[in-house]
Design a protein around this ligand. Sequence first.
Ligand code: LIP
Length: 263
Amino acid sequence: MTSLELLDIARTVALEAGELIARRRREGVEVADRKSSSVDVVTFADRESEQFIQSRIAELRPRDGFFGEEGADSSSQSGLTWIVDPIDGTVNYLYDIPQYAVSIAVVDGDTNPASWTQLAAAVNNPVLGELYSAATGQGAFLGESLLQVNNETNLAHALVATGFSYTSAERAEQAAIVHRVLPEVRDMRRAGAASLDLCHVASGRLDGYWERGTKPWDFAAGTLIVREAGGVVGGLGGAPFGNDMVLATNAALFAPLEALIAG
Ligand code: LIP
């Protein structure tokens, strides 16, 4: 199956799951459980969305693997694996802040960003009706519009975003990075969903985004969309992006922003 055919599946299922979570949002949202801390919640809609996406992928690609935030984890017989965040921005979803998304990516290989080959991705914000997508070598799109990252070269004029952990100790460390970065840039944003932050870098709504501690389901789709929009994504000190660090921006700002973050 070509990457464009895989892209079609990612876009179709992201739209369907988007409708489901938007409907559940209108009906009222209930917390099902807490995960890494008392503020790291999972709602019944997160679980329902993941089950829905897994069943659709099993229908359309029965031999592929599946890896979801809410625990769905099946190994691959085909070599391909779908990496899914059924609701990215769950706290926004809980507070009815229209900044959450269904994030779906398919890779050749496993869930390790250092060894996987990204093939296709879709990120759907159902409230704004914004579907971001990309396939390797095919460009990145918002709807049918081709995306290109900004060409800002002056860090002092860069609008950047980041995110924070669900655990207080990690937030203290992340705050120290913000303390270093904020005086050196135009301004910062904290929107609450890594997949959408990455898509906003791809679409030029941001000049850069970084976050420490996110998981493959948070960044597997958005990082391909940034790269296909001409952006650069990496970790610190030449490392590939991953749980330690995801830094996404354009080629000119990567090194100065990395230096600030690394301190
Ligand atoms: C969220 C990420 C966000 C991060 C939050 C959380 P979730 O994912 O998208 O960037 O700052 O702490 O991890 O939990 O809403 O799927």
